[in-house]
Design a protein around this ligand. Sequence first.
Ligand code: SF4
Length: 158
Amino acid sequence: MTQGPEKTLQMSIAIGLCAGIEEELRGRLVEGLPDLLARDDLIVETDNALILQDFKTSRTSWDENKVANSADQLLLYSDLVRTLASEKPLRLEFAVFAKTKSPSVTIHPGVYDSRQVERTKRIVERVWGAIANEHFYPNPSHHCATCSFRKPCRDWQG
Ligand code: SF4
């Protein structure tokens, strides 16, 4: 009898008190900009840490670069969660479900990097400035097929 491919499930489970699932937090990260509304996937409190976990699905396994390039949102959320963290250190994690031939769930630690947080805040400032100054222009993509602004977008003449 031929055996099919083995399915591996890698998972590191944080044992602790569930402090929040899809918890909404709101707070001011940059003076003069609207509040950031964060919806955290999972917050777990263990004896020695508060863990902020972000769930992701992916067609491929994640590596270090993918973790670093995906960290902006989690880092900004962590600034809000930090206010709840009391004296416990805050740990950041991505729980990635890779829909590969052998599906896996892998926990990747996120590293808090204050320079990256400041950089992300500057990006948010620039984007907000562009919105406030109505710097809008068509940016065609696969989203156009279901976009409710297709007609005004087509009529747009600058
Ligand atoms: S149709 Fe919608 S998604 Fe496409 S470019 Fe225009 S505004 Fe953007």
